[in-house]
Write a protein that binds this ligand. Structure first.
Ligand SMILES: *Cc1c(COP(=O)(O)O)cnc(C)c1O
Length: 399
């Protein structure tokens, strides 16, 4: 007899491009940190859609904000203003301590927007000769899937067979301030950096690295662009991960949790001397800054202003890291991360562990071959977190 799960997976197997390798589970409902699959199994979500579900599934405040907006107006395009737009950009700018916001939808679009901003700023403000601008990025980076962004990826899966590649990028080792200094010159318009590399396996750079990036950008008159799409909005125990080093970038790139787990909302946030380079018609998006996105985004910002989620991530994160570092050294090589975010580096393949965790009722996913990434919703209870970590111990003991 075929199960509902098997039936549905056969459909997606046959008709969906195979650009993902999902675990054998089909989710039907979710609330808070828990999801229910089509067989009625309850599973604890320890991935939170790579941080897009920081506030848990269907947070009542976010659902209420979305419902209210659904009853009013959902899309007008930027040809007209709507009453959620001004407040959204003002509130997001204030949260980041900047002056201006350029809203987009997906994270990749916001990164593209930041790259265009840096180039345009470089030519029109810094005075770089036409088409000579360079932007520095780091080995192991993940910034999205567009042709330009994968042009500076160092992951063969992300990059191969998509050429010809967009020129104008230099790649240096992550965490290496000396290599960065050597790569920068008078035509460097930006340094694009993840404060913690998520997709690469939750790689935390050496202490002082982000401070060095800030200093080098200032010295060379280049924009420090922090991609906080995954690390930001509470994930590491602070609103932005750069705060752990007291660093203020010129440009924040935000996404994922900004949409409250309801819809894609992304943004570039910077001061007016940077984002002011755009004039009407020079950049845009049909859905960027739409009323529903702004209403949900405003509620996300209001929730972050309480500091409650950052605090949960900090204290529960300490607890999680304490437990993870006590895992047996013969199976766990290293534990990295900050707040409720961890890359557990195993001595073997991570896929069988995430498959075993699924059987034990825990949703987690490997990244690359040997890393298990843990990023539970920040609303997870301590009891549920411990329950998941107990199951991780069981799963690891078997391997
Ligand atoms: C997820 C992610 C992106 C891309 O966001 P999409 O919404 O998937 O396009 C970019 N940068 C970082 C750091 C991410 O984690």
């Amino acid at each position: 007899m075929t199960t509902r799960t098997e039936q549905l997976r056969a459909l997606s197997d046959e008709h969906s491009a195979h650009n993902y390798h999902p675990l054998p589970v089909v989710i039907a409902e979710a609330e808070g940190a828990w999801v229910t699959d089509v067989e009625g199994r309850r599973l604890l979500d320890m991935l939170a859609a790579y941080s897009a579900v920081n506030f848990g599934h269907r947070h009542p405040r976010l659902i209420a904000a979305a419902r209210r907006q659904l009853e009013r107006v959902t899309l007008v395009s930027r040809a007209f203003d709507h009453d959620q737009f001004g407040p959204f950009v003002a509130e997001l700018a204030e949260l980041a301590g900047k002056e201006m916001v350029l809203p987009m939808n997906s994270g990749a679009e916001a990164v593209e927007t930041a790259l265009k901003t840096a180039r345009k700023w470089g030519y029109e403000v810094k005075g770089v000769p036409a088409d000579r601008a360079n932007i520095i990025t780091f080995e192991g980076n993940f910034h999205g899937r567009t042709t330009t962004i994968i042009s500076f990826s160092t992951d063969p899966d992300a990059r191969n067979s998509y050429g010809p590649y967009t020129p104008g990028f230099r790649i240096v080792p992550y965490g290496d301030a000396q290599a960065l200094a050597a790569a920068m010159d008078e035509n460097t318009v930006g340094v694009l950096v993840e404060p913690i590399q998520g997709e690469a396996g939750v790689i935390v750079p050496p202490r002082g690295f982000l401070t060095a990036v800030r200093r080098l950008c200032t010295e060379h008159g280049a924009l420090m662009i922090a991609d906080e799409i995954q690390s930001g909005l509470g994930r590491t125990g602070a609103t932005f991960a750069v705060e752990h080093e007291g660093v203020v970038p010129d440009v924040y790139v935000l996404g994922k949790a900004l949409g409250g787990g309801i819809l894609p909302v992304s943004a570039v946030v910077a001061d007016a001397d940077v984002l002011g380079v755009f004039k009407p018609g020079q950049h845009g998006s049909t859905f960027g800054g739409n009323p529903l996105a702004c209403a949900v985004g405003r509620e996300v910002i209001a929730m972050l202003r309480t500091g409650e989620y950052q605090e949960r991530s900090r204290t529960l994160g300490e607890h999680m890291h304490r437990r993870l570092s006590a895992l047996p050294g013969d199976v766990v090589r290293e534990v990295r991360g900050r707040g409720l975010w961890a890359g557990v580096e195993l001595n073997g393949k991570a896929r069988p562990v995430s498959e075993r965790l699924l059987e034990l009722g825990v949703l987690a996913k490997e990244t690359h071959e040997t890393t298990l990434r843990l990023a539970p919703p920040l609303v997870i209870s301590r009891e549920d977190l411990d329950w998941a970590l107990d199951r991780l111990e069981i799963a690891l003991r078997e391997f």
